[in-house]
Design a protein around this ligand. Structure first.
Ligand SMILES: [Zn+2]
Ligand SMILES: [Zn+2]
Ligand SMILES: [Zn+2]
Length: 154
């Protein structure tokens, strides 16, 4: 799905729930779409918005992020630094993608492979817990950091 269709999709979801995609909200969603691999915090989204328009405040950003989160279009994530970050879920609303987080440089990569269906079945069978979704973050070293570590030690 391209950015334009994702925007239309988000607009439709908001309309169904009785929310308008106002110009401010549109600008916020645009930042989220343009930077979706970066897992921006509310403050970072606000800084991006200031580049295009200074016409609204941080409270509007928080309010919009809350609406999108309540509609399950956005998920709050936090990695090693503990900062609340925002992650659009435009691919599959029923499954949140997984993350690889490098503990050396902090880079975050999204992965969409999923082998956890079997684990979810075990959870249901053994714990009688009905799983609706899961979060998975792998901590480790990215390829770049592995290479630079090799260079340093060699
Ligand atoms: Zn993500
Ligand atoms: Zn790294
Ligand atoms: Zn998964």
């Amino acid at each position: 799905m391209d950015t334009k269709n994702k925007m239309i999709n988000i607009q439709n979801c908001m309309h169904e729930a009785g929310f308008k995609l106002t110009p401010q909200r549109h600008a916020i969603v645009k930042v989220l779409l343009d930077h979706h691999q970066e897992h921006l915090s509310a403050e970072e989204i606000y800084v991006e918005l200031l580049r295009v328009s200074a016409a609204f405040g941080l409270a509007t950003v928080y309010r919009t992020l809350d609406i999108l989160t309540s509609l399950n279009l956005l998920t709050r994530v936090s990695f090693e630094d503990g900062v609340a970050r925002y992650d659009l879920r435009t691919e599959d609303p029923a499954h949140f993608h997984h993350h690889l987080v490098c503990t050396q440089c902090g880079k975050t990569v999204e992965i969409h492979e999923d082998l956890l269906g079997d684990v979810e079945k075990v959870v249901l069978r053994q714990y009688h817990f009905q799983v609706s979704d899961h979060r998975l973050t792998f901590l480790g070293l990215c390829q770049d950091c592995q290479n630079s570590n090799l260079l340093e030690s060699g």
